[in-house]
Ligand binder design. Structure first.
Ligand SMILES: *[C@@H]1O[C@H](CO)[C@@H](O)[C@H](O)[C@H]1NC(C)=O
Ligand SMILES: *[C@@H]1O[C@H](CO)[C@@H](O)[C@H](O)[C@H]1NC(C)=O
Ligand SMILES: CC(=O)N[C@H]1CO[C@H](CO)[C@@H](O)[C@@H]1O
Ligand SMILES: CC(=O)N[C@H]1CO[C@H](CO)[C@@H](O)[C@@H]1O
Length: 350
């Protein structure tokens, strides 16, 4: 197994090393064999007969190295008792449910204050999600959790939701591509009723459908502090667009909204345009790529941009839709109009 290791820039040894070598040496990125670091999360080496010990801050197991359950076990053992590690990136290493159980157990007993954990693409099912949830409940430092491209399903989502209700350190969470349906997303949505810490929620590539979108939208109307909401390829359709468009009319915090690949069509685009017309001072980036939107949808959005002096959008993606040159020039006109009226630049892609 090959690990990429990033080393603390704070340690005395590094300063020493820096002096020795007459140039700043950090942040250092080393590639080394697993065995060299796994036992203690230190990296030991000699320069000019001096022994250097460096504590490891960020560990990244290169994707596709096949860490497997065994690798995760070894890693878990190394974790126990160590304080230096801050970030663990293990995406794409076939860790599986058994491996993740060992790993979470190691993380639970380590003194390290882990802030970033990436276990994306690791064949983790609801069983594994249970162990992740148990760890999340106990962690006081975890800020960023990435579980994309596993298969935790609705049951796993419920476990994670349960953990997020109990503990409030995670601000950025990615559960994209986990076969989560409306049932699971409703559990996650409930968390937001009483959580102002989560600011980025990525749930793309989950078939939440209009029903999931409805509940999430209702809750986001009055609750939570989500600034980036990523819902690409969630099968929400025009109906789902109507729900989220309605939410945007209320006071909320959503600044980045990704609705790519949701079959919104003109109908959905018109709903969103209606909201853009009356509000939204917060929304700055709207991504509507891959949505079968035609000229009518583009006209509606162009009109909304012209009509709303307070609109704060700086980036609007309508790429990979069905616009002709008529829809495109309406959008270009709207962009020029906004610039003339307010000197605000809107970057429109089609
Ligand atoms: C997922 O991980 C496997 C190795 O386990 C790798 O071959 C594959 O490319 C990864 N997929 C993505 C999209 O990263
Ligand atoms: C909406 O937000 C503004 C500014 O944050 C605040 O003054 C206003 O009271 C809020 N309105 C509602 C209905 O929450
Ligand atoms: C800094 C720290 O906690 N270091 C410990 C890491 O783990 C080894 C054994 O696995 C201990 O000997 C170190 O003291
Ligand atoms: C940051 C935070 O909320 N930490 C809490 C996580 O949950 C444990 C157990 O419920 C608490 O002890 C922590 O204070």
């Amino acid at each position: 197994m090959l690990y990429e290791v990033y080393i603390s820039s704070e340690r005395k040894t590094l300063n020493l090393l820096s002096n020795m070598m007459q140039y700043p040496v950090y942040p250092i990125k080393l590639c080394c064999l697993a065995g060299q670091v796994l036992d203690s999360f230190r990296y030991v080496f000699y320069i000019n007969n001096f022994l250097y010990v460096i504590w490891i801050d960020i560990l990244l197991l290169l994707s596709g190295n096949y860490g497997g359950a065994l690798g995760a076990n070894a890693l878990a053992k190394g974790l126990e008792g160590n304080k230096s590690l801050r970030e663990l990136h293990l995406q794409g290493n076939s860790i599986g449910d058994e491996g993740v159980r060992a790993l979470m157990s190691g993380l639970s007993s380590t003194k390290a204050k882990l802030t970033h954990l990436d276990i994306g693409n690791n064949s983790i099912s609801a069983k594994g999600a249970f162990h992740v949830a148990e760890y999340v409940k106990r962690s006081k430092s975890l800020f960023w959790l990435n579980m994309y491209m596993n298969d935790i399903g609705d049951e796993g989502a419920e476990n994670i939701a349960d953990a997020l209700k109990q503990n409030r350190s995670i601000a950025i969470i990615d559960m994209g591509g986990n076969n989560i349906h409306a049932k699971g997303i409703i559990e996650i949505a409930q968390v937001l009723k009483d959580n102002s810490v989560i600011t980025t929620l990525e749930i793309g590539y989950n078939p939440i459908g209009p029903d999931g979108m409805k509940v999430l939208s209702e809750i986001l109307k009055f609750h939570g502090n989500v600034k980036a909401l990523k819902l690409g390829w969630c099968q929400i359709g025009a109906k789902g667009a109507e729900y989220i468009a309605d939410t945007l009319k209320y006071n909320n915090t959503i600044s980045i909204l990704d609705l790519r690949g949701n079959g919104l069509r003109d109908e959905g685009a018109v709903c969103l345009a209606r909201s853009l017309k009356v509000v939204n001072e917060v929304l700055t980036e709207l991504d509507l790529g891959f949505n079968e939107i035609r000229d009518d949808g583009a006209f509606a959005i162009a009109q909304a941009l012209k009509a709303n002096e307070d609109v704060k959008i700086t980036s609007l993606n309508l790429g990979n839709n069905f616009l002709t040159k008529f829809g495109q020039s309406a959008l270009t006109d709207a962009r020029d109009h906004v610039y003339e009226m307010s000197e605000k630049e809107v970057n429109i892609v089609f």
